[in-house]
Design a protein around this ligand. Structure first.
Ligand code: AMP
Ligand code: MG
Length: 489
């Protein structure tokens, strides 16, 4: 019996959408992590995946029956500069599976060897970035943020050369699709309107079926704008900094994708940036919403020929759609922060109340995650000391707290109900950089996967206090602080 029922809709698109390529076999594959609950949800048999055929698939050593095995073509703006051809240089799509709920997912190997899009790269991935993506993408899923997932991590038994020699690994990534804004840009850059139409219609059928019919390409543009506005607002409410919001790293399906130099903020500051390659802070925390709109503008440009035969008519149509990004983003953001503050009703002054807290946090260098968590645990004034102590200048917090208590007095919910709601809106555990670095170091330097496993277990339940795991909730000490993260390609 065929263990995986692949149905490869992307491979049925014309040949210029991809290059057929098989993974390159590795010396000594060893599965270091299999995401069994995810496998089951996808309708894949965890026991088969752990067996010899499964390991061969997850390492790229053998293709299962029905796999399509392609590297997809895409372009992209990287830090504002356009590359007309990027493509999957170290990722190979094995195929698509349909889960128990009828949803389609890509199964992709990242680090599976060179492809026609590899340029000067080796097509491989080092263990560190594979573990980082595994940890952060699974944490995001547990936090309720749309994201690609990690199905497995495999050591290859081969070294990859970066600045030094590092252990090589392959990540099996699962996504609704790997279609990006850059995929549209690839065809737009070639003036290939027929391919754009095929791609747009593929995306509508696959991700946005409600858009089908007359006027579907404008509906698609609006749907992608809405999905990105919602996604980036979620990032902002958990302190997530993507780090490389290039147009080739923006999923059309509205999932977080490409966990390179991403990081969560510890102390709140809007200009926080971790990525070692982002010298000018293009992708800093507070720049993420305008960058998302910039990326969506690039997406809208690719759709212009589909919106109207007359470009002069198409431009204002696209512009009107783009103009809805800011209000949609703001609405999601304010709703998200209202939930974090325990506000079930809406008052006009809430925006100012939120901003005042963030200002006090910035001045007091308060830990973003813990402030909200301790507010949740402190529904009455007596409980607020633990929160107060997070602020360098507690007076600013005191002034704000008074306003918040006043505002809460106009809410209907009981203190207990509010506390419960807030504890589900404000995580205790996020994948803090110093914990990720420690887990990676143990794995890379000492072949010790213990810290990685513990971190995954803690992050799988981010809203629950976990006795004995208090250390995973605290911000880094001065000497533990991680100031820069690396793409690690
Ligand atoms: P990323 O920084 O992961 O978004 O990758 C940007 C582009 O570089 C994509 O086209 C990747 O496929 C390609 N790339 C990154 N690392 C490698 C590598 N080690 N080998 C080949 N291509 C790579
Ligand atoms: Mg990428």
């Amino acid at each position: 019996m065929n263990p995986i029922a692949f149905d490869n809709s992307y491979a049925r698109l014309p040949e210029r959408f991809y290059a057929a390529v098989a993974p390159t076999a590795v010396a000594a594959p060893r599965v270091i992590r299999l995401n069994e609950p995810l496998a089951s949800r996808l309708g894949l048999d965890p026991d088969w995946l752990k067996g010899p055929e499964g390991v061969a698939m997850l390492s790229g050593n053998a293709l299962p029956a029905g796999a399509a095995s392609i590297a997809t073509a895409y372009a992209g703006h990287q830090f504002g500069g356009f590359s007309p051809q990027l493509g999957d240089g170290r990722a190979i799509l094995l195929g698509e599976v349909i889960d128990r709920n009828g949803r389609r997912h890509d199964i992709q190997l990242k680090g599976a060897g060179p492809t026609p899009f590899s340029r000067r790269g080796d097509g491989r991935a080092a263990l560190g970035p594979v573990l980082r993506e595994y940890i952060v993408s699974e944490a995001m899923a547990a936090l309720g943020v749309p994201t690609t997932r990690a199905l497995a991590a495999v050591l290859t038994g081969e070294a990859v050369r970066r600045e030094t020699l590092l252990p090589g690994a392959v990540l099996t990534r699962v996504a609704s699709s790997h279609i990006r804004i850059g995929t549209f840009q690839f065809f737009a850059a070639r003036g290939d309107v027929e391919a754009l139409r095929l791609l747009a219609d593929h995306v509508i059928a696959r991700h946005y079926p409600a858009c089908a019919g007359e006027g579907r390409h404008l509906a698609l543009l609006e749907a992608v704008i809405a999905a990105q506005a919602a996604l980036v607002a979620q990032w902002m409410t958990i302190g997530f900094i993507h780090g490389v919001m290039n147009t080739d790293n923006m999923s059309i399906a509205g999932e977080t994708i490409d966990y390179g130099p991403c990081a969560f903020m510890d102390a709140y500051h809007p200009t926080t940036v971790f990525s070692s390659i982002d010298e000018r802070g293009r992708y800093a925390y507070a720049n993420q919403p305008p960058i998302a709109r910039w990326n969506l503008t690039r997406f809208a440009e690719t759709l212009l020929p589909l919106l109207d035969d007359d470009i002069d008519k198409a431009v204002p149509i696209a512009q009107a759609a783009l103009d809805r990004f800011d209000p949609q983003f703001q609405a999601h953001l304010i709703a998200g922060f209202r939930r974090k503050l325990g506000l079930a009703t809406e008052e006009a002054e809430d925006v100012e109340l939120i901003k005042a807290l963030l200002d006090a946090m910035q001045q007091g260098e308060a830990d973003f995650t813990l402030v909200f968590r301790r507010l949740s645990e402190a529904p009455t004034e007596e409980g607020a000391d633990a929160c107060r102590s997070l602020f360098g200048d507690p007076a600013a917090f005191d002034a704000w707290e008074g306003r918040w208590r006043q505002r809460l007095s106009r809410e209907q919910a009981s203190t207990d109900a509010r506390r419960e709601a807030m504890l589900h809106a404000n995580p205790l555990f996020i994948p803090r950089n110093h914990l990720i670095e420690a887990a990676i170091e143990a794995a890379v330097e000492r072949d010790d996967l213990g810290p990685f496993e513990t971190l995954l277990a803690v992050l799988a339940r981010p809203f629950e206090a976990q006795p004995g795991r208090e250390d995973h909730a605290r911000p880094p000490e001065m000497h533990e602080r991680v100031l820069a993260t690396f793409c690690g390609t």
